[in-house]
Design a binder for this molecule. Structure first.
Ligand SMILES: Nc1nc2c(ncn2[C@@H]2O[C@H](COP(=O)(O)OP(=O)(O)OP(=O)(O)O)[C@@H](O)[C@H]2O)c(=O)[nH]1
Ligand SMILES: [Mg+2]
Length: 442
């Protein structure tokens, strides 16, 4: 299990606060707190107590009413907590007021997620994206007497919080400066990523993005299908950088599969913004392979979160292939299966551990590809050399030969949108074999 060494020394115990707002029930809050506990554990903190409450409206001073804030303060003191973690997003001044009242660090789910991302970021792009997201989050919080937990940890800390106003002003200016530098650097990275994408698009191979809640098994699925070795582990946000692998299906059709960063409830907006270029993989793919952990008791809300993040990215209308993973753990409970089917009647049930359902998944991918691509057998007359060149750049030639009279025969896979252009040359369309039929050979 992962442990953030630096954090362990500073903070050991976390007191969690979950609030039912609007239509949320007590069960919802407990589900959210169970996940928050997992997130906090990922940071190396142990949970020493928790408090659930429901609130009718958000109090501008403490987020909760002052009586409830007092209650939280006492309970955290009794539990000897080092830090209080709210599942709800706290504004900068609410956070400050709570810290003064409780005399402890007070953070929210968003900051926990930002810190996990910071501890996971290895590549230049991921480090840059996380630091930018953190700095944007910290800018309005750069004030007050409490030297901040995360700042002490020093992950993305570029500015040391000073004691007086003047120091504070200097810090703010420096942080703003750093943010605009990072924005410029990230714009450069985005440019490079779009060049890579263009070359992938030019390759005429369909693209699919694997998306889903964190820990659903996305990287494992990529590895199982393509035999690659992307990092997969039983931890939250194991993957921050997209990995693309080539998949050849039993019918010889091909696909580029990209594994992406996982989603979570209340993914901080600054992170979604900063990770846009990574998350755009989902927007730009031909279709989405949406993976869900069927064994998780929270599978329904994970489904909703995944769809809402996709909609925030503008990718909720994309074609999707829904995959319920970890069926070895979920078992054969018919009630669960009906519940999952109700989310998507076309969904595939798989287990990356036992291999169950993977053949069916490949079948479905093949059907998807067949609807996007056309497999054609064409004859291009010898005099039409321009058309032959175009065929090479727009499609994938599976096999070909020149007849004695110089005519060019080929079995090609082309994007469905290009098929019309080849109509004058059709010998046969929608053939399902890479072989040129004998009857057509001269
Ligand atoms: N039992 C079981 N475990 C699985 C299955 N698929 C994946 N896992 C495990 O689930 C954990 C998470 O898998 P990952 O592939 O890292 O999940 P991910 O969706 O890529 O997670 P992030 O990158 O953190 O978003 C790992 O410990 C896997 O071994 C499965 O079908 N059955
Ligand atoms: Mg992963």
């Amino acid at each position: 299990m992962y442990e953030a060494k630096e954090t362990k020394e500073i903070t050991k115990k976390a007191f969690l606060v979950g609030l039912a707002e609007g239509q949320e029930t007590g069960a919802d809050v407990r589900e959210h707190l169970a996940e928050l506990q997992e997130l906090v554990r990922t940071l190396g903190l142990e949970t020493c107590g928790e408090l659930c409450a429901s609130i009718r409206e958000i109090n501008p001073r403490f987020y909760v009413g002052s009586g409830k804030a007092e209650e939280i303060s006492q309970a955290a003191a009794e539990a000897q907590a080092d830090v209080i973690v709210f599942d709800s997003p706290l504004g900068p001044s609410q956070q400050r007021n709570l810290e003064r009242l409780c005399k402890r660090h007070v953070i929210d789910r968003q900051e926990v997620i930002l810190d996990i991302f910071a501890s996971r970021a290895w590549t230049k792009e991921a480090v840059l994206q996380v630091e930018l997201a953190r700095n944007r989050y910290y800018l309005p919080r750069l004030t007050g007497a409490w030297s901040h937990l995360s700042r002490q940890r020093g992950g993305g800390g570029t500015v040391v919080r000073g004691a007086g106003e003047t120091q504070l002003e200097t810090d703010r200016r420096a942080l703003k400066q750093r943010i605009s530098e990072q924005e410029a650097e990230l714009a450069e990275v985005r440019k490079q990523r779009s060049v890579q994408r263009k070359s992938r698009l030019r390759s005429n191979i369909s693209n699919a993005a694997i998306v889903g809640y964190t820990n659903a098994g996305k990287s494992t699925l990529l590895n199982t299908l393509t035999g690659s070795e992307a990092y997969a582990a039983n931890q939250l946000f194991a993957t921050l950088d997209p990995t693309t692998r080539h998949l050849t299906l039993p019918d010889k059709s091909e696909l580029l599969l990209t594994d992406t960063v996982g989603f979570v409830r209340k993914l901080p907006h600054s992170l979604v913004e900063a990770f846009k270029s990574t998350l755009e993989e989902a927007v730009l793919a031909d279709f989405i392979v949406l993976v869900l952990d069927a064994s998780s008791p929270a599978v329904m809300s994970q489904w909703e979160t995944t769809l809402s993040v996709l909609s925030e990215l503008g990718a909720d209308q994309k074609e999707m292939l829904v995959v319920f993973n970890k069926m070895d753990l979920a078992g054969q409970d018919p009630v669960l299966q009906v519940k999952l089917r109700s989310l998507d009647s076309e969904a595939v049930f798989v287990s990356c551990v036992t291999g169950e359902g993977l053949d069916q998944l490949k079948q479905k991918i093949m059907y998807k590809l067949a609807s996007k691509n056309a497999l054609l057998y064409v004859r291009i007359p010898a005099r039409d050399s321009g058309a032959i060149a175009q065929l090479h750049s727009n499609g994938k030639i599976i096999n070909s030969h020149y007849a004695p009279d110089g005519d060019f025969y080929a079995t090609v896979r082309v994007p469905a949108t290009y098929k019309k252009k080849l109509e004058p040359y059709f010998v046969n369309e929608n053939i399902y074999t890479g072989e040129i039929p004998l009857s057509e050979r001269r």
